[in-house]
Design a protein around this ligand. Sequence first.
Ligand code: FE
Length: 228
Amino acid sequence: MTHDHDHPHTHDDHHHDNELDPFAARVRALETILTEKGLIDPAAVDVIVETYEHKIGPRNGARVVAKAWADPDFSDWLARDATAAIASLGYTGRQGEHMQAVFNSEATHNLVVCTLCSCYPWTVLGVPPVWYKAPPYRSQAVINPRGVLAEFGLKLPETTRIRVWDSTAELRYMVVPMRPAETGDLGEEELAKLVTRDSMIGTGLPLRPGSLSPSALWPPQADLGAGI
Ligand code: FE
């Protein structure tokens, strides 16, 4: 299966896992040189990394999804112009400049990957999980998406089509999962708690209210390691 996308090698989150060690070494060397020349403050670098790892995380995306579930006008806006709709909640910045929201339905389940490297919507999901950057996920997501979902414990009905979106430096995708049943009386804040990171990548489903299991008929998602 071909999965072309125009993927210029100009973006700065270019992790090639098959050369991870040289890459890490180059990062270390660059950081050392820049620090020695007084061009960067290592503490500032740590703050940036900390921010994306722990402060932003997938909570931003969860609020976007919850608002879309609760507010049809926002949902329409998110479908038409995700970048603007997401920015209206204050979530802007690098790796999120051009966003597209893809909506799950009974007919279509969406799955996000970056086949070439690790493009990911940082502003709404934080830093990508290790498996997202791993070659098995990146290749199998397009070759055998249903098999990948099964690895995550997500078995969709055969009648549900799986649509795979290959992220690029220019365009990042987030999945808007279906709103779980029995959430009619929940406010946005409560709804947001049901939205998992994986449900916004497409490898999982939102939680069911009052439980830690996914919302639909399918078994709980497994914690997938680097090897699928
Ligand atoms: Fe990429």
